[in-house]
Design a protein around this ligand. Structure first.
Ligand SMILES: Cc1ncc(C[n+]2csc(CCOP(=O)(O)OP(=O)(O)O)c2C)c(N)n1
Length: 311
């Protein structure tokens, strides 16, 4: 894609400060995934992985507005979703490395994780029909839980997404769809494959829709919380589309975007923006997180391969 056809990236502005705890989770996700890419490069990991570099602020912003009753359905780019919910880099790293302590006994790997109220899949679009069924169950339980599904912009090419949206609206199912629109699907820019808009498609079903183009975590929480609360209490679907950017490759070494585009995107990366604006807090927390991740990698690497057991 030529640079002059790219949508503009907003000017960065002053972000509001976040807590040390939130910052630690964002930096944990970032350094966990950077370490995965290094482990792949050095031949210590097999299979594939999709990092959410640049998109970490989304599950961390959501964390404050979701409840334990909510069921999260994640996708192929799901490490950040898992880490924000469970703060368990140990179980996930062991899972990805197939070592003792793996959260799914090493069977699920990077993309297929199941844990209480959490399920991820590498199959695009699969999660939305499943979420509709889970939402029906949650509604019947009556404790205002929602099925929260993360999908990318490219996943709007899957027919199951529309079948699920249709039934969610018709039956009044509490499905919260989080669209992480990073404007590219693997190697295809969204503007080359999507007619119309996500908003238009959602509104075609009469479903409530919200667009978030801020990267300020506090602002995002303020913006989305009343809409989520309303969908939760009225048992309705809601689609929230985040305008975001994937800073890293699709998987490992497969970034098809040119260097100028990547430089533009990196300037808007939450990590760099927050680092510049709150350097003292950032460096203090980052040092701690990096040390913890390094020692975790040494620990997990030294473990035995997990033995598959019948559960
Ligand atoms: C049904 C299906 N088709 C194709 C793929 C291969 N694939 C994995 S990720 C991906 C692109 C997904 O794009 P998007 O939904 O925008 O999410 P992003 O990767 O940008 O986060 C593709 C085509 C798949 N996993 N599942």
């Amino acid at each position: 894609m030529k640079l002059d056809t790219l949508p503009p990236i907003r000017e960065t502005r002053k972000l509001t400060p976040i807590s040390d705890d939130d910052l630690a989770i964002i930096l944990m996700i970032r350094h966990f995934e950077l370490s995965l890419l290094e482990l792949f490069s050095s031949g210590k990991l097999n299979g594939t992985t999709h990092t959410c570099l640049g998109q970490e602020y989304i599950p961390v912003a959501l964390k404050a507005v979701l409840t334990d009753s909510d069921f999260i359905l994640s996708n192929h780019r799901g490490h950040g979703h898992y880490l924000a919910r469970f703060e368990d880099p140990e179980g996930l790293l062991a899972e990805i490395m197939g070592k003792e302590g793996a959260v799914c006994h090493g069977v699920g790997g990077s993309q297929h994780i199941y844990r209480k109220n959490y399920l991820s899949t590498g199959i695009q679009g699969e999660s939305l029909p499943v979420a509709a069924g889970i939402a029906l169950h949650l509604r019947r339980q009556g404790n205002f839980g929602m099925a929260v599904v993360h999908i990318g912009d490219g996943t709007w090419g899957e027919g199951g997404v529309y079948e699920a949206l249709n039934i969610a609206q018709l039956w009044g199912l509490p499905v919260l769809v989080i669209v992480e629109n990073n404007k590219i699907a693997q190697s295809t820019p969204t503007q080359l494959q999507m007619a119309g808009t996500i908003a238009g498609r959602v509104q075609g079903f009469g479903i409530n829709y919200l667009k978030v183009d801020s990267i300020d975590i506090n602002e995002i929480r303020t913006l989305i919380s009343s809409h989520i609360q309303s969908a939760r209490t009225k048992s309705l679907p809601l689609v929230i589309e985040f305008d975001t950017n994937r800073v890293g490759p699709h998987s490992k070494g497969d970034d098809t975007r040119d260097i100028q585009e990547l430089e533009r995107i990196q300037k808007w990366d939450w990590y760099s923006v927050y680092q510049q604006q709150y350097s003292d807090q950032f460096e203090r927390i980052e040092l701690k997180v990096k040390t913890e991740i390094s020692s975790l990698i040494r620990d997990v690497e030294s473990r035995e391969l997990v033995q598959w057991k019948l559960l």
